[in-house]
Design a protein around this ligand. Structure first.
Ligand SMILES: Cc1ncc(COP(=O)(O)O)c(C=O)c1O
Length: 396
């Protein structure tokens, strides 16, 4: 059949030979997926990875990434979301209905708390916060309306490492599903599923991406029924990720363990150095003794993220601490972590946390969170030293 050039270029008959193999998987881009015939279209099934239905529901590229993330987490099934926060929202929306309650740790990732306070509340879903270091306290809070308990290890900003075994036992004892935000552990420091958790979510934006240039989240399960529930909601909400973003994460994933351990080593060196400084009252890093939950970290983890917070001596004002942060040159001011560049964020605990939990664990005042990039530790230490002098004054 003679064809116009435009038609020929769209329907070109050439098919490259099959059997191509390279270290990196191929990148497939599609909204439309072509079916060979009507019968195949009618028989389509989006539930498993045996075929393709529509770009939103999976391509060879996203399936490949899902399988690798499931392997990283030690789970069986994974779905991808456009950000870590979208992955958190997916879990909430898949599992919670009007009248249900969700329990969040007091040190939960801030936007997850806001999601519960605003959107979930609008849909008639209530939430309360528990002390992540108090498993009996969680057990006592669980009621007939509690459907989901979120866990975070270590928790955001104040870095308490929770009693995972105790918290999971408390939830299990009441038949309540548990979901872990495993962004900190990244599937490397410990296994959420071995700790008995039902759903493991991760912001792939952090360690798996590692470049500070992709936003993505994952939700992994071992349980078939939970996976189907999540997959259905995932489809209803139209969540999907772009092939180029999936490619970037696939590319970085092979080095995730190397980067995790390098940032861990650098983080511990600087955390230990800062802990000895006269300006510093306390360093919050789960691998440092004296940090809240250190004993739980010790019995659960093989490693730690390159992330810690510093509480400065009370003689320094908030303005002085801001001056210190502004004086840093290599640590740049910005959210997120696990990319190549070291980052710093000052926080005011009083505006973020329940007073009682902070009092119980002696967490007070203004603190500064540091996340380690991949710069040389000696350069980062020199940066901290000059900023301490510039922001907090000359030292004895
Ligand atoms: C613990 C934790 N969970 C989830 C997220 C959300 O990830 P994203 O930025 O991809 O939405 C973050 C981001 O900072 C985080 O720190």
């Amino acid at each position: 059949m003679p064809q116009d050039l435009s038609t020929e270029l769209i329907h070109h008959p050439y098919r490259p030979p099959t059997g191509f193999e390279a270290p990196q998987p191929g990148i497939y881009k599609a909204s439309t997926v072509i079916f060979p015939n009507v019968a195949a279209m009618r028989a389509r099934d989006w539930r498993n990875k045996q075929g393709y239905t529509y770009g939103l529901h999976g391509t060879p590229t996203t399936f490949a990434l899902e399988e690798r993330i499931a392997a990283l987490e030690g789970g069986r099934h994974c779905v991808l979301a456009p950000s870590g926060l979208a992955a958190i929202a997916l879990v909430d929306q898949a599992l919670l209905s009007h009248g249900d309650e969700v329990l969040l740790p007091d040190n939960v990732y801030g936007p997850s708390r806001e999601l519960a306070r605003t959107e979930l509340a609008r849909w008639g879903i209530t939430h309360r916060h528990y002390d992540p270091l108090d498993a009996p306290g969680l057990a006592a809070m669980i009621g007939s309306r509690t459907r989901l308990v979120w866990l975070e290890a270590a928790g955001s900003v104040t870095m308490e490492f929770p009693d995972l075994a105790g918290l999971v036992a408390a939830a299990r004892g009441h038949g309540v599903t548990t979901a872990l935000d495993n962004t900190w552990g990244a599937g490397i420091a410990f296994s959420g599923f071995d700790a008995g958790i039902d759903i493991v979510m991760q912001a792939l934006t952090k360690f798996p991406s590692g470049g500070g240039d992709v936003l993505m989240g994952s939700v992994t399960t071992r349980d078939e029924t939970l996976h189907e529930r999540l997959k259905l909601t995932h489809m209803h909400l139209g969540l999907g990720v772009a092939a180029n973003d999936a490619e970037l994460v696939l590319r970085s994933l092979s080095t995730v363990a190397l980067r995790y351990h390098a940032q861990d080593a650098a983080g511990r060196q600087l955390a230990e150095w800062l802990a000895e400084r006269p300006e510093v009252r306390r360093v919050l890093h789960p691998a440092l003794s004296g940090s809240p939950g250190h004993e739980h970290w010790r019995t659960t983890c093989k490693a730690a993220a390159g992330l810690f917070s510093v509480m400065f001596d009370e003689r320094f004002s908030a303005a002085q601490i801001d001056r210190f942060v502004d004086a840093l040159r290599l640590f740049r001011i910005g959210y997120s972590w696990a990319g190549p560049m070291s980052l710093v964020v000052p926080y005011d605990l009083a505006s973020m946390r329940s007073e009682a939990v902070c009092e119980r664990h002696h967490l007070r005042g203004h603190l500064v969170r540091f996340s380690l990039g991949l710069e040389a530790v000696a350069d980062l230490r020199a940066d901290l030293e000059q900023a301490l002098a510039a922001g907090l004054g000359a030292l004895p």
